[in-house]
Ligand binder design. Structure first.
Ligand code: SF4
Ligand code: SF4
Length: 57
């Protein structure tokens, strides 16, 4: 299950460094997760100060 970053993201960049597959990049508005790379480990959600990454159904 891939994760997606919600609009609550404050672009702190913390999650970029914890992703084991380098799936997260800074987007136009908030950080974004490449759905094709994400392995659903949840590390980004655990590191995020505002809980922006959420698991997609
Ligand atoms: S769930 Fe894991 S693999 Fe997917 S973006 Fe977050 S840290 Fe990267
Ligand atoms: S850790 Fe959270 S607030 Fe920071 S860039 Fe990632 S998703 Fe956005």
């Amino acid at each position: 299950m891939a994760y997606k970053i919600s609009t609550t993201c404050i672009n702190c960049g913390t999650c970029v460094g914890v992703c084991p597959v380098d799936a997260i990049t800074r987007g136009q508005i908030v950080h974004e997760i490449n759905q094709d790379l994400c392995i659903g480990c949840g590390a980004c959600a655990a590191s995020c100060p505002v809980g922006a990454p959420v698991a997609e159904d």
